[in-house]
Design a protein around this ligand. Structure first.
Ligand SMILES: Nc1ncnc2c1ncn2[C@@H]1O[C@H](COP(=O)(O)OP(=O)(O)OP(=O)(O)O)[C@@H](O)[C@H]1O
Ligand SMILES: Cc1ncsc1CCO
Length: 558
C-alpha cells in the first residue's frame, strides 16, 4: 500500500489494511471474495450516497427498488461513515444485492469490502494503489479504477483492472473534489486510448448523467474504433428520486433505445456511398420537392440582423418559418409539426439566449427533430468561444454545424482570431477538408463549411461544392439563411443528413448563380431580390420533377 493511499484512509481502515497487506501479500483462498469472478454487467451502474436520499427514504429500500428497475451493479460510496457502521450497512445492502444476483462493490475501502464479503471494490485515483488492492482482495474480486484524464487512463489500462470508470463527464455536485469535466468528447478520447492498450477492457462513464443527457453521452462518446461505453454510472438521478424503480427503468430504456437523432442503417444512403452522380442529383430533386410538399416548420432562434431575410428564404423554398426566442414555446415548437427542425444561430447571443439554446436543443433531441447550429463569429471573442463550447459539450446533440471557414476552424479548436462575423481565415482546401472531417467525426454529425468552395462532411464522406457567386459574400445573413434551408431539407429527409445538406447547398448556390445570370443583378441589392426569386423558381422546377437546373453543378466527392 502506498503512503499516499494510506494518508487518504481513516485510521481504523488504514490499520486494518496495513495489517492485512503486511500479513498476506497474496491472500489464501479462504480470503478470496468469491470462488469465481462474478459476471460483470456495467449497463446501469448505481453509485450510492446516503446524503442525497429524499427525506424519509432508506438506502436499502432505494437500492432494492433501483435493482427492480434494472440497475445491474451497485457501488456503495459512503464517504462519511466510520468503519463499523460502514461494514454493517455493507452487509445489509449485500443481503439485498445477492438476492438479485447483482454485484456489490465498495468505494475506496478495501477493508470494508473484505469484511462485507461482497464482490469487490472501486478505487479512485487517490485511493489505494491497484496492485495492493488486488493482492488483498484476490483474483476473483471485481476491481474498478477511476480515471479523469489520458495519463491516468493509460496507467489504469496497463493494470489487470476489470473495468474503468471515466469521469466526471459533466460538472458534478455529488463529488466536490472532482476533476475538470471531460464532456462526451473527452470520454471518447479516453475510450480510444484504452482501446489502444487493452481493447477488451470495458468502461463506464460517470458524472451528472441523467435521463436528459444519457443518450447524448452514449452517442457522442462512441469512438470510431474500439469499444463504446459498456454502461453509465448514475448517482442522484436514482438516489435523489422519490421513485427509484421508475427512475432506473427509465434510464435503462433510454440506454437500450437508439438515440432519436441516430441515422438509420446505411442501406438508405447507398447511392451516396457509391458517389453515383445521377442518383445523387435525383435525390437532391426529391428533397427539394418534398420541402414544397410538406412545408416543414423551421423554428429559428437566430440573430437580430437576419430574421427577416431568413424568414423570406424559408418561404421562398416552400418552408414555414417561425422566429421565436420564447422559452415558453420551445417545447411546443419541437413537437407541434410532423416535419420540423430548429436553427440555433448564435449571431447576437447573451446569457439568456444560451439558456434558450440548451432548452431548444434538448426538446428537439427528445422529439427526434434535427438541430442546425451556426456558430456565428465563433473566433471573435471569448464569449463566443464559450458559447460554442457550451452548445457542443452541454446542450445535447446538434445534427449539423454550419459555419464559414473561420468559424469551423474555431469549432475545431484552432486558436484563430476572427475580427467579426466574416470568415477571415484561409488555408489550402486539402487541409481544410481534414479539419472539417475531424470536427464531423468528433461530433458524430455533419459539418458544412461555406466559402468560395463549400466543404460538407459526415466524418467519412466528404463533398466539395464550388457553385455560388461572390455577391453572396456582400449580403449580410447569406450564411445564416443557408441554415434555414439546411433545416428545411433535414426536416423532410432524416435518412441521410449529408445528402440533405448537399441538396440545400446546391439549391442555394445554383440559385445565386442563376440570379446573376438570368436576372442580371447589378450588385448585392438587386442580387438579393433576384436570389429569392431563383430559390422559388428552382423549387417550382423540382416540383415538376425536372433536374435540368443541376447541369451546372460543380461537385467533387472524396
Ligand atoms: N466568393 C464566393 N463565391 C461563391 N460562393 C460564395 C462566395 N462567398 C460566399 N459564397 C456562398 O455564400 C453562402 C454563404 O457563405 P458565407 O461564407 O458568405 O457565409 P457567412 O460568412 O456565414 O455569412 P453571414 O455571416 O453573412 O451569414 C454559401 O453558400 C457560400 O457557398
Ligand atoms: C452582422 C452580424 N452581426 C452579428 S450576427 C450578424 C449577421 C451575419 O452573420
Amino acid at each position: 500500500m502506498s503512503e499516499q493511499a494510506a494518508m487518504m484512509m481513516s485510521d481504523s481502515a488504514k490499520d486494518a489494511v496495513m495489517h492485512m497487506a503486511a500479513m498476506t501479500p497474496s491472500p489464501p483462498p479462504s480470503m478470496s471474495m468469491s470462488p469465481a469472478k462474478p459476471k460483470l454487467d456495467l449497463t446501469l451502474y448505481l453509485v450510492t450516497s446516503s446524503s442525497l436520499l429524499p427525506p424519509g427514504a432508506t438506502l436499502e429500500s432505494h437500492i432494492e427498488a433501483a435493482i427492480k428497475g434494472g440497475v445491474t451493479i451497485v457501488q456503495l460510496r459512503e464517504k462519511n461513515l466510520d468503519t463499523a457502521p460502514f461494514i454493517a450497512l455493507g452487509k445489509r445492502v449485500h443481503s439485498i444485492t445477492k438476492k438479485y444476483g447483482v454485484p456489490l462493490l465498495i468505494n475506496d475501502r478495501v477493508d470494508v469490502a473484505l469484511a462485507v464479503g461482497c464482490e469487490g471494490a472501486h478505487i479512485g485515483w487517490d485511493d489505494m494503489e491497484y496492485t495492493t488492492a488486488r493482492n488483498i482482495l484476490g483474483p476473483t474480486a471485481i476491481i474498478g479504477l477511476s480515471v479523469s484524464n489520458l495519463t491516468q487512463a493509460s496507467l489504469a489500462a496497463s493494470t489487470t483492472t476489470d473495468y474503468i470508470g471515466i469521469g466526471p463527464v459533466f460538472p458534478t455536485r455529488t463529488k466536490p473534489d472532482a476533476s475538470t469535466p471531460l464532456y462526451p468528447s473527452g470520454v471518447r478520447q479516453i475510450l480510444g486510448l484504452i482501446h489502444s492498450k487493452r481493447p477488451e477492457l470495458p468502461s463506464v462513464a460517470i458524472g451528472s448523467i441523467n435521463a436528459t443527457n444519457l443518450q447524448a453521452v452514449l452517442y457522442k462518446s462512441r469512438p470510431t474504433e474500439g469499444l463504446p461505453l459498456a454502461g453509465v454510472a448514475v448517482v442522484s438521478a436514482i438516489i435523489s428520486s422519490t421513485d427509484p424503480e421508475s427512475a432506473a427503468s427509465g434510464l435503462l430504456s433510454l440506454y437500450k433505445s437508439p438515440a432519436p437523432w441516430a441515422p438509420p442503417p446505411p442501406s438508405q444512403s447507398t447511392a451516396f456511398t457509391h458517389f453515383y452522380l445521377p442518383l445523387i442529383l435525383d435525390k437532391v430533386v426529391t428533397i427539394i420537392r418534398s420541402i414544397k410538399e410538406h412545408k416543414p416548420l423551421v423554428h429559428h432562434i437566430t440573430n437580430a440582423v437576419v430574421k427577416n431575410f431568413s424568414a423570406n428564404v424559408t418561404l421562398a423554398i416552400g418552408g414555414s418559418p417561425i422566429m421565436s426566442d420564447n422559452f415558453e414555446e420551445a417545447a411546443d415548437l419541437a413537437a407541434i409539426a410532423p416535419q420540423s427542425a430548429c436553427l440555433v444561430n448564435m449571431g447576437t447571443s447573451g446569457p439568456a439566449e444560451r439558456r434558450l439554446y440548451a432548452l431548444a436543443i434538448r426538446e428537439n433531441n427528445k422529439a427526434g427533430k434535427p438541430v442546425v447550429f451556426d456558430p456565428v463569429g465563433a473566433g471573435a471573442t471569448g464569449m463566443r468561444k464559450e458559447t460554442v463550447r457550451w452548445v457542443l459539450d452541454e446542450c445535447g446533440y446538434v445534427d449539423v454545424i454550419k459555419g464559414n471557414e473561420g468559424e469551423i476552424r474555431t469549432v475545431a479548436g484552432e486558436g484563430i482570431r476572427m475580427k467579426g462575423v466574416d470568415s477571415g481565415a484561409g488555408g489550402g482546401i486539402d487541409e481544410l477538408v481534414k479539419v472539417v472531417k475531424g470536427v464531423a467525426a468528433r461530433e458524430r454529425n455533419v459539418v458544412v463549411t461555406t466559402g468560395v468552395t463549400d466543404v460538407l462532411s459526415d466524418g467519412s464522406r466528404t463533398v466539395l461544392v464550388s457553385n455560388g457567386h461572390p455577391f453572396q459574400a456582400l449580403v449580410t445573413g447569406m450564411g445564416c439563411a443557408l441554415g434555414s434551408v439546411l433545416c428545411a431539407a433535414l426536416a423532410v429527409n432524416k435518412d441521410d443528413k449529408l445528402m440533405s445538406c448537399l441538396a440545400a447547398v446546391l439549391l442555394y448556390n445554383v440559385a445565386a448563380e442563376r440570379a446573376v445570370k438570368r436576372d442580371g443583378a447589378r450588385g448585392p441589392g438587386s442580387f438579393s431580390v433576384a436570389f429569392l426569386d431563383e430559390l422559388y423558381e428552382i423549387g417550382e422546377i423540382c416540383a415538376r420533377g425536372e433536374g435540368g437546373w443541376l447541369d451546372s453543378v460543380k461537385v467533387e466527392f472524396m
